[in-house]
Design a protein around this ligand. Structure first.
Ligand SMILES: N[C@H]1[C@H](O)[C@@H](Sc2ccccc2)[C@@H]2OC[C@H]1O2
Length: 330
């Protein structure tokens, strides 16, 4: 089987939301497909009312195919310090018409304020490796790991777009969605992420500088978080750019036209248009803008988020024993 689901951006492409169907009859929720985590969790009838502000709720009691996983619980905290936790049901979950029975659906009994504030986000669909799943005492598999058994190929692809709806495809590589060839690089899943090696970078039309650093492909992170040195080098070329301690990153006058940024991924190059790096105004006058490239704060690896991913067609290939990431222009 194979399927395709919408990736609909919120304002400024802060995140992309994908409708999924849970239960019988199907309950549709819009979730954030997140290649940086491995829990499928949703707002639910068991989420305290004061923690819900407009989200759609999954109600297992209204699904004839739901069953509680006795004694199981989950608790997750994310890179941006948000968090959630709760109990676990099994139910049928369809993404892009690929329907999987007995999928662990983690229902939230607590969510942090960032999630409560985000009315259009009904939960997360974690598509990193199952080794990061937080369900205890028995860890659960991601929806993709369960689906890979029935998909024509153990792959899913991300075709995110700048200020427009894109798609996540499952089990198929759609040739109409990219141009030229797909270049594959090995992924290292030992930390549970889609981690891969960068080979260098260039700013605008300057010469390519070799630099060895690792990064994770993270559809759930908005920006591209790169090594401090690389980021400092980039903003030297942006008129009026400065590191704003209070905003927590590099800002510049919204009239600035940041240069393109070229990321070396193994032998291939990913060009992030400067327009994607003029991420969004931080003030209501639209005078000062926040950069789409920021520092990874020395966490030990970079986070290749949506600002970069939306410039490519990306293949998450979970071929057993050798996961790979495919990159193509579009
Ligand atoms: N992988 C990412 C994840 O999807 C989000 S979770 C999230 C939090 C609040 C609002 C929406 C989503 C968080 O930011 C970066 C990293 O952790």
């Amino acid at each position: 089987s194979s399927g395709s689901a919408l990736a609909d951006p919120e304002q400024n492409d802060i995140q992309y939301l994908t409708p999924i169907q849970i239960g019988t009859p199907p309950q549709t929720l819009n979730v954030d497909v997140d290649s940086g985590s491995s829990d499928l969790w949703v707002f639910s009838s068991e989420t305290p009312e004061d923690s819900v502000q407009g989200q759609a709720l999954y109600d297992p009691s209204k699904s004839s195919t739901s069953e509680e996983v006795q004694g199981a619980s989950w608790q997750i905290s994310y890179g941006d310090q948000s968090s959630s936790g709760g109990v676990v049901y099994r139910d049928t979950v369809a993404v892009g018409n690929v329907s999987i029975k007995g999928q662990a659906v983690e229902v939230a009994t607590t969510v942090s304020a960032q999630f409560t504030r985000d009315a259009s986000n009904d939960g997360l669909l974690g598509l990193a490796f199952s080794s990061l799943n937080t369900v205890s005492p028995q860890q659960e598999s991601t929806w993709f790991d369960n689906a890979a058994k029935v998909l024509d190929h153990p792959v899913w692809t991300a075709d995110l777009k700048y200020h427009a709806a894109g798609t996540y495809d499952f089990g198929v590589i759609d040739k109409s969605k990219y141009a030229g060839k797909i270049t594959y690089v090995n992924a290292n899943s030992s930390d549970g992420f889609w981690m891969f090696d960068m080979s260098g970078y260039s700013v605008g039309n300057s010469t390519f500088k070799t630099a060895q650093f690792q990064g994770i492909a993270d559809t759930g992170t908005t920006l591209a978080l790169l090594p401090e040195q690389v980021v400092r080098d980039y903003y030297r070329s942006v008129r009026g750019a400065k590191l704003d301690y209070f905003q927590g990153g590099y800002v510049f006058p919204c009239g600035a036209r940041p240069p393109n940024f070229v990321l070396g991924i193994g032998p291939t190059r990913l060009t992030i248009p400067g327009t994607y790096i003029n991420y969004a105004p931080i003030d209501s006058f639209g005078r000062t803008c926040f950069g789409g490239i920021q520092s990874d704060d020395g966490i030990g690896f970079s986070i290749i988020g949506d600002v970069a991913l939306k410039a490519a067609f990306v293949v998450f290939d979970a071929t057993p024993d050798q996961p790979r990431l495919g990159w193509a222009s579009k």
